[in-house]
Ligand binder design. Structure first.
Ligand SMILES: [Fe+2]
Length: 326
């Protein structure tokens, strides 16, 4: 029998809170080019054309902005039960919640610095029919080249308070994620951030310390959708620019940690950056890394000078001039 040590198979979706659900929905459909796959009283559900599950992005109406929760799919029904036992045993569990549009019952939990997550096994695989149907059997909807034309959900980055990364590292190691990249100031003090992956992506989740945060605030920095090529990154930025949006960190450039070619746009009503990204490295070996990056070398930008870490040191939450509401 094959052995599989994972509790989790992938990050399946993210839920954001918006103070203007109508405008955030318009941004992600009309500007970004994602499909609206469902809605209920307080939320909308969206995905990119290359996603397989019912949704990868849920937006919920709220009087505050930011992260609602991160949704992980378990590796099997049995793995879900084992994962829940593990989370309860380390005191991270919150409890079960009922089935939602697109997924079965889920178990909520918190990572060490206050970010809420859920884990579930049952999902709705959504294969479109009609005018969204693809001629490719392995595409569950066609590429209609809408908006910025993201293909699939890739990863998220969240922030933790100073000196809290060590707890995050132990937590994600315990959840069975690989740690291909680590960020340090120097080798004499504990690391300040790292990238974590359960499959082959460069990361499902990046965690970085922000000295401006208080412990337990649970701040999300960005969500990322992948496109097929660097050219598509450039076309996407041209599209956003035509629509009046500005790249938060200037011209597209390449991360030194993970090698993704990227830019970010701010969606104001969630306060969360959207990263459009391509050509990151992939991770296959279970014992790969961590490859060590030092802040002095600016792990964010291999080619240019965009440096959120330096801006955080100047007192800007997330390195942003207009801080995310927290
Ligand atoms: Fe990212």
């Amino acid at each position: 029998m094959a052995k599989n040590p994972h509790y989790l198979s992938q990050m399946a979706h993210i839920e954001l809170l918006s103070t203007n659900l109508e405008e955030t929905t318009r941004f992600y459909t009309d500007i970004v080019g994602m499909d609206l796959t469902g809605s209920d009283e307080n939320s909308v559900y969206l995905r990119a054309w290359g996603d397989y599950f019912h949704h990868t992005l849920k937006i919920t109406k709220s009087d505050k902005k930011g992260l609602a929760q991160v949704g992980w799919r378990a590796d099997s029904a049995e793995a879900l039960e084992e994962c829940v036992q593990h989370l309860a045993s380390i005191g991270a569990g919150i409890g079960w919640v009922e089935a939602d549009l697109g997924r079965g019952k889920a178990y909520r939990f918190k990572s060490p610095d206050g970010h809420t997550h859920e884990v579930f096994w049952e999902v709705v695989w959504l294969r479109e029919k009609g005018d969204k149907k693809s001629i490719y059997t392995d595409r569950y909807s066609s590429n209609r080249r809408l908006g910025a034309n993201p293909r699939r959900f890739d990863h998220i980055t969240y922030l933790v308070a100073k000196f809290q990364y060590g707890k995050e590292k132990a937590f994600w190691q315990g959840m069975g994620l690989k740690n291909p990249d680590e960020i340090r100031i120097n080798d004499e003090i504990p690391p300040v951030g790292g990238l974590w992956t359960i499959g082959n992506l460069s990361h499902d989740i990046a965690v970085f310390s922000d000295p401006n945060l208080q412990q337990g605030e649970g701040v999300l920095n960005h969500i990322c959708y992948n496109v097929d090529s660097r050219e598509e990154v450039l076309l996407a930025l041209d599209w956003f620019t035509e629509k009046g949006y500005t790249s938060v960190w200037g011209a597209p450039t390449r991360h030194k940690a993970d090698e993704g070619f990227f830019f970010y746009i701010m969606e104001p009503h969630t306060g969360i950056l959207l990263e459009i990204y391509a050509c990151a490295r992939l991770i296959f070996a279970p014992d790969h890394g961590p490859d060590i990056h030092y802040l002095k070398d600016n792990p964010n930008d291999a080619w240019g000078l965009s440096n959120p870490f330096a801006e955080m040191d100047k007192g800007k939450v997330g390195g942003l001039s207009k801080p995310v509401d927290i």
